[in-house]
Structure formats: structure tokens, C-alpha cells
Design a protein. Structure first.
Length: 386
């Protein structure tokens, strides 16, 4: 019995020693792998602080990670610290095999920053459950998937110095990498930077203040995607101070799941067979003076500087043209829609725009018909404004 006990103790000691060697080796190779990533072509500078890795638990913690890349444009990223769970033996095997797709159980970071020239962003805390990523290749864009994402206290400054902020965001996804079936989002404290627009043509605006914002908005939305016919259904709503509410719902079918390249031309070609089944947008504002300023600011940001009175005149001119159009099938409904639009422009309140095509219309067909008369387009899209 004594010899058996001694043998058992020796075996346990051997296994423990072997396990310790394996864990130390895994720690060593994890640091080596991290160093190799930070020395890849295109990385101008990369550094990290203390690295703690346990193959047994699959937990990886990097005390301070910073990297600057020079391609496609110079960008810098930093996280202090960055932690991941689920970085086990399978993850290491996939790395050794050179796989471009990976998945872990969780990813957490604090004090994250990103810089690209004068533009920069900062996030106080980020938590992601079940993140998965596929880098793709020359013919497909990278894709990302996660079960849950929680982001708090973010700030973004664009190249012109305008700052936007976000208090809290919670997003979820259902499905799998490359096969998302549903998502939801709840965003609070989204603060958009102030917009300033210059003098308007033809005459000066009646308002001297040409600055709108900053505006704080709360958003939430859901979407589902059916792979059988590539049908997308989504609903989004937003709320801002002053009784301003915006809601949007849409149904599309034939939505592409992959893109051959990230250029706008290819995107337009990919969306050409997508069918518009229904779209409805509703806007309500309890402060009409703010609505007027919002409309002018939005138009100016789109490169269409127009006074509020000019917009009303344009609607009246369009009504005259439509009234003279011989095609009466959609004329009455379109004239009623213009009445509702002019009433909104003069009095404010609520405005609802609905597209309910008698038959689904593809984006490609709509592009081919864009030079037709307003009556024809309204009939094609089943346009109604109320």
C-alpha cells in the first residue's frame, strides 16, 4: 500500500508539473503570437503591457494594448485593459492553421480610443458576448457577429471638430456569423453635434440663429431577417426633447447577404433586385419653430439650401403641375398628399409618409423610372402622405 501511495503521489506530481509546463508554454506562445501580430506589415507601431493567459480557463488579459497602422490610412487604437474569455486550445489551433475567422466567449475593454488624423473616438467601457469575426477575402467584406454588445460613455469627434456623444447602447443579435436572423438596439443619450448653416439664397431667413443643436436623442429598434426569401423587416423609433418623435418601419425582400466589393457602384448593383414591399415614416414635433429650423438645417446639410417659404412655394408649384397632368389614376391621392405636406410645412404637428406599392418595386426598377412624372412615380410606389 505504501508503494502504491508513493506511486500515486509521484504520478500526481508529474501530471501537475506537466500541466504547469503546458500552461507556461501557452503563456509564452500567446505573448509570441501577440508580438507577431503587432509586427505585421502595415503596423507602424505596436506595444502591450503585461499579458496574463491561462490555457486552463481560456482567459486572456492584456494590461495595455496600443497599435498604429498605416494602411489603408494611418489609424491608432488603444485599450487599457483588454480581456477575452474562451481563448482556449481550439482558438490556438485555429491561429496556428491561419484561419481568418475566429470566435470567443466574451470580449471586454475599458478606456478604448481610436484616432484617424484629426478624428478620434473614446469609449469608457465595452462588453461583447459571443463575438465572432471573419476577415473575408478580396471578393467579400469582413463580417461581424455577437450575441450582446454593451457600450457606455462614448465620444466621437469628426474631422471638422464636431463632437457627438453616447451615454449607453445595448445591441443584440440572433443567429450565427454570416447568418443573422434578428437584431435589436436600445440607445440612450445620443447627442448629435450642433449644425450651423450659412445664408440662404434669394432672401434672408426670418431667424437670425442659424445653429441647431446639440440634440439629444433616444433610439430603439428591432429587425428580423428570413433567409428563405431574404426578407428584412425593421422598426426604428427615436425621441428627442420638445415632443419630437420619429418612427420608421420597412419591409424589403431579396436583400443581398454578401457584397462583392465595398464600392458604391457594386452596392447599387447588389441592391438592384431588392424589392420594396412597404415603408412608413412618421414625424411629430410639438415645437413648430424648431421643426422649421430642423428642416432648413437638414436641407443645408444635404447641399440643398432652401428657405421654409421656398419649400412651401415648391409644393404649390408641384400641385399645379400635377393638377394639369392627364393621368388621373393616382392624381387625386397625390394632390391630397401634397395638401397634407403643405399643412405640415405651415402648421407643424405630425406627418406620416407611406410607400405601399401595388406590387413590390425593385430599386433597379425605381432607378430606371426616376425621370418619369411625379404621378407615375407616386402610383408606382403607392405614395401617401397624411
Amino acid at each position: 500500500m505504501r508503494k502504491l501511495a508513493i506511486a500515486a503521489a509521484a504520478a500526481v506530481a508529474f501530471v501537475a508539473a506537466a500541466a504547469g509546463v503546458v500552461l507556461l508554454t501557452a503563456q509564452f506562445w500567446m505573448v509570441r503570437w501577440l508580438d507577431s501580430v503587432l509586427s505585421q506589415p502595415g503596423v507602424a507601431e505596436g506595444r502591450h503591457g503585461a499579458v496574463r493567459y491561462s490555457l486552463w480557463t481560456g482567459h486572456l488579459a492584456i494590461n495595455d494594448l496600443a497599435v498604429t497602422v498605416i494602411a489603408p490610412v494611418p489609424q491608432s487604437y488603444r485599450a487599457a485593459p483588454l480581456e477575452a474569455d474562451g481563448v482556449g486550445a481550439r482558438f490556438l489551433v485555429d491561429l496556428a492553421r491561419g484561419k481568418t475567422a475566429w470566435q470567443v466567449d466574451a470580449l471586454r475593454g475599458r478606456q478604448l480610443t481610436a484616432e484617424s488624423g484629426p478624428a478620434h473616438a473614446a469609449i469608457a467601457a465595452l462588453e461583447i458576448d459571443g463575438p465572432a469575426y471573419d476577415a473575408g477575402d478580396a471578393t467579400e467584406l469582413p463580417i461581424l457577429f455577437f450575441r450582446r454588445l454593451h457600450l457606455s460613455e462614448a465620444a466621437i469627434v469628426d474631422r471638422k471638430g464636431a463632437e457627438g456623444r453616447l451615454a449607453d447602447a445595448r445591441l443584440t443579435m440572433d443567429g450565427a456569423l454570416g447568418q443573422m436572423t434578428a437584431w435589436s438596439a436600445e440607445i440612450t443619450g445620443l447627442t448629435l453635434p450642433a449644425v450651423t448653416w450659412g445664408p440662404l439664397p434669394a432672401a434672408a431667413s426670418s431667424r437670425q440663429d442659424r445653429t441647431l443643436g446639440p440634440i439629444r436623442i433616444d433610439l430603439d429598434g428591432t429587425a428580423t431577417f428570413a433567409a428563405t426569401d431574404n426578407r428584412l423587416a425593421a422598426e426604428v423609433s427615436g425621441r428627442a426633447p420638445g415632443g419630437r418623435d420619429l418612427s420608421l418601419s420597412l419591409r424589403l425582400s431579396g436583400v443581398p447577404t454578401t457584397l462583392v466589393a465595398p464600392q458604391w457602384t457594386f452596392l447599387a448593383l447588389a441592391l438592384a433586385p431588392t424589392r420594396i414591399e412597404r415603408l412608413e415614416a412618421r414625424y411629430a414635433d410639438g415645437d413648430w419653430l424648431e421643426t422649421e429650423r430642423t428642416l432648413e438645417a437638414v436641407a443645408a446639410s444635404l447641399g440643398i439650401p432652401i428657405r421654409h417659404d421656398d419649400a412651401i412655394a415648391a409644393v404649390e408649384d408641384q400641385r399645379t403641375k400635377i393638377a394639369e397632368d392627364a393621368q388621373a389614376s393616382a392624381k387625386d391621392q397625390l394632390l391630397a398628399s401634397l395638401d397634407a405636406l403643405e399643412r405640415f410645412l405651415r402648421q407643424g404637428g405630425a406627418l406620416t409618409l407611406t410607400l405601399a406599392p401595388p406590387r413590390p418595386v425593385t430599386f433597379g426598377e425605381l432607378a430606371l423610372q426616376r425621370h418619369r412624372s411625379a404621378v407615375v412615380l407616386a402610383e408606382l410606389l403607392g405614395l401617401r402622405i397624411r
